[in-house]
Write a protein that binds this ligand. Structure first.
Ligand code: 5RP
Length: 222
């Protein structure tokens, strides 16, 4: 099975997971990236069985709307039963690294509101220790150099993601060469740096369920 086929399989598994719970007035949280895109395409088939969505990026808003799926402002929503999104890495505790698509801040906000965060990923994303994938950090532009120096003090090797501006008008530093053995502590430490909007560690609020696409089928990890 190709990586795209694995992503498609977990997207379908996520749809199967939420199907029995769909209600006419339900709003669903939607993530960003190629795996989330497969989920959006699968969700389109049942778009008459729920009210609409909130999305973690402008790219996902566009894709949802292209399917005729309503997208709401998160500020108008008080309850979100599910958030479905991909990841760049996951460990056994469902602590994640996200933000490869630069949407980490909005992803973290929607995940914070959701009752259940369903992560969908292919098996290449599973690691023992987070940090092989460079950790994205969203930074207010004028703080970029200062934040980079502070990230070096924390043991990382930050690189400016050239040419990328987030949906929030900020920039991304990708932090290489960190072996993140205490994801909650590292997430907190990086977020304490003035000028950091947020970082791509989802450890204080991990996923609740990981649907992992493997060559032997989709595994459900809780
Ligand atoms: C975007 C993300 C994505 O979830 C992450 O990059 C995984 O992407 P893909 O599903 O394309 O492998 O965090 O900011």
């Amino acid at each position: 099975m190709s990586q795209d086929e694995l992503k498609q399989a977990v997207a379908q598994a996520a749809l199967d997971y939420i199907l029995p719970h769909l209600e006419d007035d339900m709003i669903i949280g939607i993530g960003t990236g190629s795996t989330a895109n497969f989920f959006i395409d699968a969700l389109a088939k049942v778009k008459d069985r729920f009210e609409g969505t909130v999305a973690s990026s402008e790219a996902s808003v566009e894709r949802l709307k292209s399917h005729g799926i309503p997208v709401y402002d998160l500020n108008s929503i008080s309850e979100l039963r599910f958030y479905i999104d991909g990841a760049d890495e996951s460990n056994d505790n469902l602590h994640l690294i996200k933000g490869g698509g630069a949407a980490l801040t909005r992803e973290k906000i929607v995940a914070a509101v959701a009752e259940e965060f369903i992560c969908i990923a292919d098996e290449s994303k599973m690691v023992d220790v987070l940090g092989r994938f460079p950790l994205p950090v969203e930074v207010v532009p004028m703080a970029r150099s200062y934040v980079a120096r502070e990230l070096v003090r924390l043991g990382g090797d930050p690189a400016y993601r050239e040419g990328v501006v987030t949906d929030n008008g900020n920039v991304i530093l990708d932090v290489w060469n960190m072996s993140i053995t205490d994801p909650v502590a590292m997430e907190t430490a990086i977020n304490q740096i003035t000028g950091v909007v947020t970082n791509g560690l989802f450890a204080s609020r991990p996923a609740n369920v990981l649907l992992l696409g493997t060559k032997d089928g989709v595994k459900t990890i809780k």
